[in-house]
Structures are given as structure tokens and as C-alpha cells.
Design a binder for this molecule. Structure first.
Ligand code: IMP
Length: 202
């Protein structure tokens, strides 16, 4: 089946974060996936588990759109803070922000942290909800560096990188290491295999 054939899977990425959307776009292009981005705000339940949050959000999004749909939930988990802000990352970013995290980390020598991502996909043709995860380990920087990316990117140094923060990397460079890219590639591998097997999505 050709990449633009009848059996291609079309889906909607639901996010209000255009930084995330750009990262997904760059990865999904490589697989020739067919998708569009919808800026729909979804209800977010409280849970310590990103996968649970993503699962509820994807079902809510599906109930609104009635199309195959994908959402992602991500967070920064700081070792010395017992995993905080973790699932509360977007609230923490909006309230105390990067400055607040750096303040909490003042004098802390163990700066290990992880970004984690959970992608949820739902379509009645591939029930139940499918979850794909990815993570990247690194450190919280001493001060913000770089103006690229979004969220906590200026204070996260991936361990596999060259010492730059995500905020100092282009999208393609960040995608070489990031939690989101890892989850997105797992999702893309899975959905690519359905080509020509599942009936065409409208
Ligand atoms: P959510 O998945 O949109 O709820 O993301 C939660 C929050 O985690 C975001 O608002 C960001 O502050 C932070 N975050 C998640 N992923 C990233 C990333 O790739 N870079 C920087 N910050 C991130």
C-alpha cells in the first residue's frame, strides 16, 4: 500500500502546545503519517501516573471529535525533589516556573532529573486505548540557558547530549534524545504497521 493510499491511518493530535506539535510533526513526517493538529483543551484528571492522565484525556478528546485521536502528557521528574513537579509540571510551570524550580534546587548537588512522556491513542477500530511511553535522563542546570523549545527546556541538560540544555537545541536535535520523540517513535512504529490492515479512517 502506498504511503498516501486509501488504507492510511489518519488521526488528530490534540494539544494546545505548539512546541509539542512541532516536535511531533518532525517525527511523524519521517513515517509519512497522516494527521492534523487540533487545539482543543481537554479535561485533565489528577493522578500521579502520566499514563492515566493521558488515557482519560484521549477518551475525552475522542468523545468531542469522534475521530482517531492522540494526546500526550509529559512532565519533569526531579530526583532530589522526590519526583516533583512530575504530573503537576504544567501547573508548576505556570505558577513558580523555572525560577521557582531553581530556587528549590539552590545548594542541591544531586541535580538528576528525567523528562517522561506518555502518549495515548484511541480509535474504536484499535480498542482499547493504546499507551506509548518515553523518557530521557539528565540534570537540572544551575541557570537557564537557551531560548528554544518551551517549558522547562532551558534548565534541562540531557545526559546523552553535549552539555547544552534542550533550550539551546533545535527541534531536530532535541528529538534525537527527548522523552517525547521516544514515545512518538514507538507510537509511529505501531501505527505504521496497521497500514493496509485496518479499514481506512475518515
Ligand atoms: P503537559 O504534558 O502539556 O501537561 O506538560 C506539562 C508541562 O511539563 C509543560 O507545561 C512543560 O512545562 C513541561 N514539559 C513537558 N514536556 C516538556 C519538554 O519537552 N520540554 C520542556 N518542558 C516540558
Amino acid at each position: 500500500m502506498s504511503r498516501s493510499g486509501e488504507g492510511d491511518l489518519r488521526f488528530v493530535i490534540v494539544t494546545t502546545n505548539m512546541g509539542k506539535a512541532e516536535e511531533f510533526q518532525k517525527i511523524f513526517e519521517r513515517y509519512g503519517l497522516k494527521f492534523r493538529v487540533e487545539q482543543l483543551a481537554t479535561i485533565e484528571i489528577q493522578s500521579m501516573d502520566l499514563r492515566e492522565i493521558a488515557k482519560h484525556r484521549v477518551l475525552h478528546a475522542y468523545n468531542v471529535l469522534r475521530e482517531p485521536v492522540m494526546v500526550e502528557d509529559a512532565g519533569l521528574f526531579v530526583e532530589a525533589l522526590g519526583g516533583f513537579p512530575g504530573p503537576f509540571s504544567s501547573y508548576v510551570f505556570r505558577t513558580i516556573g523555572i525560577k521557582g524550580i531553581l530556587k528549590l534546587m539552590e545548594g542541591v548537588r544531586d541535580r538528576r532529573a528525567q523528562f517522561r512522556s506518555a502518549i495515548a491513542f484511541y480509535s474504536p477500530l484499535t480498542e482499547p486505548v493504546k499507551i506509548f511511553t518515553g523518557e530521557v535522563s539528565g540534570w537540572v542546570a544551575e541557570e537557564p540557558r537557551g531560548t528554544k523549545g518551551f517549558g522547562f527546556d532551558p534548565i534541562f541538560i540531557p545526559a546523552e547530549g553535549d552539555g547544552r540544555t534542550f533550550g539551546e537545541m533545535d527541534v531536530e536535535e532535541k528529538n534525537a534524545f527527548s522523552h517525547r520523540a521516544r514515545a512518538a517513535m514507538r507510537f509511529a512504529e505501531w501505527i505504521s504497521k496497521l497500514r493496509g490492515v485496518a479499514p481506512p479512517y475518515r
